[in-house]
Design a protein. Structure first.
Length: 132
């Protein structure tokens, strides 16, 4: 099944159109000949990890009748230069607004680490999670 179409806009930018009609623009980062005016493709990959993790936590909470109303994630991406690729992703998750006990938080974290993006990147990119 086709999920998206990507069109080159010129000047190292693309427009990604999801089959639902939702759109994302990308731009090459400043350190790689671009303007940094939008997410770069590697920014999207790192951000996708956080989004996928949170989504899987949400599914886990739905399946176990656990209230889940709050999460923010701050994403940091570190690039390697030779070859140019994502070397490390650091994500700081804040689940504090849910008032979970330690046992619930640990179970949610374990579930989150089963997300498809984590499983795809694991072993290829260093991933560091920080939780509060």
């Amino acid at each position: 099944m086709e999920i998206s179409t990507v069109n080159y806009l010129g000047s190292l930018s693309t427009e990604c159109i999801h089959h639902s009609g939702s759109k994302i623009k990308t731009d090459a980062p400043v350190d790689n000949h671009g303007l940094g005016a939008a997410f770069s493709p590697t920014d999207l990959m790192a951000t996708s990890l956080a989004s996928c993790f949170i989504t899987i936590v949400g599914i886990y909470c739905q399946q176990h009748d656990i209230p889940f109303t709050h999460c923010t994630a701050k994403v940091e991406k570190i690039m390697a230069s030779n070859p140019r690729k994502i070397e490390r992703i650091n994500i700081h998750f804040n689940f504090s607004g849910n008032q979970w006990d330690d046992k619930t938080l640990k179970k949610a974290i374990t579930a989150g680490k089963t997300c498809p993006v984590h499983l795809t990147l694991d072993g290829n990119v260093e991933i560091t999670y920080i939780f509060s």
